[in-house]
Design a protein around this ligand. Structure first.
Ligand code: GLU
Length: 462
């Protein structure tokens, strides 16, 4: 059994494409079949190498590995030419020289009459030998097929005109190449967005003219943005790699994508293995799915919480490089990640949280400093400094005891010590449990930062 993903490289891999790829991949994996990747790059004007790279990067970041391909349609022009010639020779296709102007006015006339714009077959019997090549679509009866998502679909051939299968420069068009490839690559399941559902009857006519068996078709309902319009750039990051950049884990994004139009009871969290086991085309919803950024963030946080430290460290590598954090200049990264795991919604948040362990800063958040570093906190910070300085074993436990001691000796609540301490350590107040953080930041850096806080107070209130 084989399924395929066949993107056109005219942009990055977006959320909708990734969802299509995931469903086709799951269906192949579930049946121990093969997953084929095919780059549909015949539109030479709109296809770019950068888009090919972006698609391959997106697929590989998501872990949607292919067993065959990537195939490139531009490498198969000869095969398409042969098929077009075969159809011409068999009288199943013909050349058409109708000018753009003629087609335009034909369209306008039909539309003015309230009819569907379609080619009138003017060149069908002219036996021309140049111009575009059109397929002789059957003129009567119906095309009927059973879509695995949408159910039975029936279209009258009268609604379909003679489709262009090759442009006047000889290059083939999408509807021809997709049929030839799905046949040649022995694809059993064509799983794609329902924006292609109108092409399917035309493609079925081509299969029949060529005497080829039909694959099964499954057309996936579209994805809408929160406002009910089709998901687009306007709704924020729609490129898969932008989600990587924003700190999402690929497994969280896959989990999010699988739920866009597919469900299994009310289960929300699926490991890849579970998705493969439970996924079924027959459980795909018929209606469109809505994209919900908050749910994606929730899932991402769940995945971060439950991920192994090892996985987080490896996924963080890209972010750490982006932010030029030198993780050799500070504590063991595994411990730092462990301390941040519970409180980070994204890897970007986590990376920002890592900075204070590896980078010194030279100023404090001004608003917080005004609040936390006041003349009456001077004594507290000085006491903290000297007691911490006295510690031989700079452990979280000992640090915790020092804070407790100061609270009882100076008769102040925990916040009076904890809050200025947290700000001194972090520069911006974002830090988890301060004793653990302080141990990881290390004695030398902690003392230096407490000194900076004291300097701030002396300068501001002298
Ligand atoms: N290349 C087409 C697209 O990106 C998909 C074709 C198909 O799946 O049949 O929209």
């Amino acid at each position: 059994m084989k399924s395929r993903f066949a993107p056109s490289p005219t942009g990055y891999l977006h959320i909708g494409g990734a969802r299509t790829a995931l469903f086709a991949w799951l269906w192949a994996r579930k049946q121990n079949g093969k997953f084929v990747l095919r780059i549909e790059d015949t539109d030479l004007e709109r296809s770019t190498q950068a888009s090919v790279d972006a698609i391959l990067d997106g697929m590989s970041w998501l872990g949607l590995d292919n067993d065959e391909g990537p195939y490139y349609q531009t490498k198969r022009f000869e095969r398409y030419r042969n098929i077009v010639n075969q159809l011409l020779d068999e009288g199943k296709a013909y050349h058409c020289e109708c000018s753009k102007q003629r087609l335009q006015s034909l369209r306008e006339d039909l539309m003015a009459k309230g009819e569907k714009a379609k080619y009138d077959g003017c060149c069908r019997d002219k036996n021309l030998d140049s111009g575009v090549v059109r397929f002789k679509n059957p003129q009567d009866s119906y095309v009927v097929f059973n879509d695995l998502v949408k159910g039975k679909i029936s279209i009258s051939n009268q609604e379909l005109d003679d489709l262009i299968i090759a442009r006047s420069d000889g290059t083939p068009t999408y509807n021809l190449t997709v049929v030839v490839d799905d046949h040649d690559m022995e694809i059993d399941y064509v799983i794609r967005g329902d924006d292609h559902i109108n092409n399917t009857p035309r493609q079925i006519n081509l299969y029949q003219a060529l005497g080829w068996n039909l694959p099964e078709f499954a057309h996936l309902p579209m994805i809408l943005g929160g406002d009910g319009a089709r998901l687009s750039k306007r709704h924020g990051a729609v490129s898969v790699m932008a989600y990587r950049d924003d700190g999402f884990l690929p497994e969280a994004l896959l989990n999010y994508l699988v739920r866009l139009g597919w469900s299994h009871g009310d289960q929300e969290i699926f490991s890849i293995e579970e998705m493969i086991e439970l996924f079924d085309l027959k459980d795909i919803n018929k209606s469109s799915a809505s994209f919900n950024q908050d749910k994606l963030i929730w899932l991402n946080q769940e995945y971060i919480k439950n991920s192994s430290i090892e996985n987080l460290v490896s996924q963080l590598e890209w972010h750490i490089n982006q932010q030029s954090i030198d993780v050799d200049n500070g504590p063991d990264i595994n411990k730092v990640v462990n301390s941040l795991q519970e409180r980070s919604k994204t890897l970007v948040e986590m990376t920002n949280g890592m900075k204070m362990f590896y980078q010194d800063f030279n100023e404090f958040d001004e608003k917080l400093a005004k609040k936390q570093f006041k003349p009456d906190s001077k004594n507290i910070i000085e006491t903290l400094f000297s007691k911490l300085d006295d510690l031989d074993d700079f452990s979280a436990e000992n640090i915790h005891n020092v804070v407790k001691e100061i609270c009882s000796e100076l008769k102040v609540g925990f916040g009076k010590v904890g809050q200025p301490f947290r700000l001194a350590l972090s520069g911006n107040g974002n830090a988890g449990s301060i004793d653990v953080v302080a141990e990881l930041v290390g004695k030398e850096r902690v003392l230096m930062r407490l000194n900076m806080a004291l300097d701030y107070i002396s300068q501001k209130y002298s």
